[in-house]
Design a protein around this ligand. Sequence first.
Ligand SMILES: [Ca+2]
Ligand SMILES: [Ca+2]
Ligand SMILES: [Ca+2]
Ligand SMILES: [Ca+2]
Length: 353
Amino acid sequence: MESIANKSSARKLPLIVVLLASAIGASSVSAQCVHGDLDGSGGVTLPDYAAFVDCTTGPHGDPAPPGCAPVDFDADTDVDLLDFGTFQRVFGVTHGMLFPNREFGVGDGPRSVAVGDLNGDGNLDLAVANRSSDNISVLLNRGNGIFGDDVLYGVGDGPTSLSVGDLDGDGDLDIAATNTGIPPDFSDSVSVLLNHGDGTFADHVTYGVEVAPRSVAVGDLDGDGDLDLAVANESSGNVSVLLNYGDGTFAVGVSHGVGDEPSSVAIGDLDGDGYLDLAVANSGYPDGYTVSVLLNSGDGTFADDLLYGVGPNPTSVAIGDLDGDGDLDLAVVNSGAFGGGYSVSVLLSGCVP
Ligand SMILES: [Ca+2]
Ligand SMILES: [Ca+2]
Ligand SMILES: [Ca+2]
Ligand SMILES: [Ca+2]
């Protein structure tokens, strides 16, 4: 499963998806691009956001469309949403009907959540990175959208982002988390927690990356069948790629320069050549606000990044086929600067050389 949101502005998700809907619908956006004819695949996270957009039309009288269930925690076929700030199950949407909040406690300073069936019972569970308490909360779904008390697993300093995937290839979902630290004491590692198979996890193992890792994504970057890690290092302005030995242990990371203050990384085959590429949101201003696209040479090494301008202070990037032409596009959350500029930038793939 992909992480729902590796972003500091995750609380704004409901607003963001509405803005995204507006952006996708704007003919001026697609008119700027000549669409390619490539067959991309993989790394699809954005259709979940698009489905959220569709579902929010329910309260205005429009029926929820078929397939409108990107995250259905209680298996009742409707869509369950999360408020990342207070970490609540906010409401389910079934043809416009809203249900009451339910809150589930986690550690201190929750900053990111990932969804996946962590104990293999068919119900989607949660993992939350708690920046202030230096741990991960795992909440197992009882099957009705009610979660048990969280179980805490210690990681490094100040975790802010996590992703789940079967890192050791034994059929269950493991966790990778970035240890960002808390300013001015930035950290420089990622933690990997391997699943025992029942939703409990072994002690974390740390791998060094560069300064202030803020986002981690998983995908098979070298094409050998196991999941590798890509980590955006905010303070060092680069991305670390850590290749998997196949057993959930990782080689020393290789760094690739990107723009200033990279805050989010996503994985997908952006040029349609069958190899997974990287998209990185660069939140710093000195070079202008940008996203970096790093194309995979096929073996997990990457060409120099291509920079594309976006709105102010981009803090999250997601990949998906936004215009339905079969190739993968980018959506970037712009958290704004100086009290304005809150928006989503949509980059359609015909614009990517
Ligand atoms: Ca489960
Ligand atoms: Ca596993
Ligand atoms: Ca691999
Ligand atoms: Ca590619």
